[in-house]
Write a protein that binds this ligand. Structure first.
Ligand code: SAH
Ligand code: MG
Length: 192
């Protein structure tokens, strides 16, 4: 088994919501086609998407933020297994409690789904000119489009937050957003 396959297996066994295969493939292609070299990721988990993005081109640099200590440790280990320590910087912090000065070509939002608007509003300031904000889980496992009621209250509240975020993106005057039905749904918001 390759190291990547081992990470995928670990994620599956431990219920870690890493990007779906078609989703990460779509994202890495987008990064290549648009010559994106600097990426800020919110929500590292075990480093899977950061590693996949960095492997696309030796010039790509990723800064990624993770608030869970166990995830952070696992990410550090996986990134070092790939020898990517110099190109992927993992910050152990809650993304809403820190300030980053650096500006990036791309911000990838993949943290807590209830906080997407907060992540977007805070980190849009870290985008370079013509930068792009990519958001994962826009379909939330098919629940966003479902019309029948969802029984659990907390789940319902999360689904509504994703719906609110989709509206927020559609109405945002500073960005043009397209939604792609790939993986768990990906939004690409290009700064005007
Ligand atoms: N991008 C990863 C998956 C991330 S899963 C991949 O595809 O491989 C979401 C992760 O975001 C979890 O590990 C969770 O701990 C982290 N997270 C959620 N809210 C966060 C926040 N406010 N700041 C930093 N990390 C956060
Ligand atoms: Mg995700």
């Amino acid at each position: 088994m390759s190291i990547i396959e081992e990470i995928e297996k670990y994620a599956k066994e431990n219920d870690i919501p890493i990007m779906q295969k078609e989703g990460i493939e779509f994202l890495t292609n987008y990064i290549k086609e648009n010559n994106i070299k600097t990426i800020l990721e919110i929500g590292t988990a075990i480093g899977y998407s950061a590693i996949k993005m960095a492997l696309g081109d030796p010039k790509i640099k990723v800064v990624t933020i993770e608030k869970d200590e166990k995830m952070y440790q696992e990410a550090i280990k996986n990134i070092s297994d790939f020898g990517l320590d110099k190109r992927i910087t993992v910050i152990y912090a809650d993304a809403l409690n820190i300030n980053i000065e650096e500006k990036f070509n791309m911000i990838f939002i993949d943290g807590a789904k209830g906080q997407y608007i907060k992540f977007f509003e805070k980190y849009q300031n870290n985008l370079k000119r013509k930068g792009v904000i990519v958001t994962d889980n826009m379909n939330f496992y098919g629940l966003v489009k479902r019309k029948d009621p969802i029984l659990s209250k907390s789940l319902n509240s999360l689904v509504n937050k994703i719906r609110d975020y989709r509206n927020f993106l559609e109405k945002n005057p500073n960005f043009t957003t397209k939604f792609y039905d790939v993986g768990d749904g990906i939004a690409i918001s290009i700064k005007k």
